[in-house]
Design a protein around this ligand. Structure first.
Ligand code: SF4
Ligand code: SF4
Length: 233
């Protein structure tokens, strides 16, 4: 069985890379199933694995955010999300053709009932799949590019060998905390048992987006992403 699951995983990884994914990993969701059921519903808790996919954001575009909101950042945000959605759709269809269940989660999604929450956490899947760790900024931090990436997820029951989670390497860094003008990032290290409110104020971040939209005509910020030393140079 192990050989079979590794062959399927390698096939998927090759496809994902060929389609444009920079990062690929498999998360074991078994231990997170109760959390998934409580936070995202029964439908999503029935999948034992997730394929986690990442596409990098060009560093030079993210760097521009240090100077304020940027139209070109918004443009590529859309391009990258679209690319991720295409990759996850094609991988999900491939898994279905192989006889497995597969549910692609769009790269950018939020609940109608709660604009601060997605229909599923890409960061949960990505961190369990070893693509990086959840930083103090609440972004996924990858060892190669830091938070300069976007994520998508394919939930599946395919027997794929899981990857191992990565250690949190934020350490004593507080660059994202200092960069955040509205003080949305509280500087608390990620702990899956803590409520989000202990480390992040999503309303403060969202209100700041509204403020820059009204004052600059562009509704983005990302200063916490530009400031992260991981993958910055
Ligand atoms: S996007 Fe801007 S406002 Fe939101 S947390 Fe990051 S630095 Fe703060
Ligand atoms: S800026 Fe520093 S504290 Fe914030 S996420 Fe990056 S490494 Fe972690």
């Amino acid at each position: 069985m192990e050989i079979v699951t590794n062959i399927l995983k390698e096939q998927l990884k090759k496809k994902a890379n060929h389609l444009g994914a920079d990062l690929f990993g498999v998360a074991d969701l078994e231990k997170a199933q109760l959390y998934i059921k409580d936070n995202y519903g029964l439908e999503f808790s029935k999948y034992p694995s997730a394929v986690s996919l990442g596409v990098f954001f060009p560093k030079e575009i993210v760097r521009l955010l240090e100077g304020g909101p940027q139209q070109i950042y918004s443009y590529y945000y859309g391009v990258i999300n679209h690319k991720l959605d295409e990759i996850s759709l094609l991988l999900a269809n491939y898994l279905e053709k192989m006889g497995y269940k597969a549910f692609p989660i769009p790269a950018s999604q939020q609940l109608i009932t709660n604009k601060y929450k997605g229909i599923f956490s890409h960061k949960l899947a990505a961190s369990l799949a070893g693509l990086g760790w959840v930083g103090k900024s609440c972004c996924l931090i990858n060892g190669q590019v830091g938070p300069r990436l976007r994520l998508a997820t394919v939930l599946t029951n395919a027997p794929l060998e899981p990857d191992s989670p990565t250690k949190n390497k934020c350490g004593s860094c507080t660059a994202c905390v200092s960069a955040c003008i509205p003080g949305a990032i509280k500087g608390t290290a990620f702990n899956p048992d803590d409520p989000l409110s202990k480390r992040f104020d999503p309303k403060a971040c969202d209100d700041y987006f509204d403020y820059v939209q009204s004052s600059h005509g562009i509704g983005n910020c990302g200063k916490c992403i530009a400031a992260c030393p991981w993958g910055r140079e």
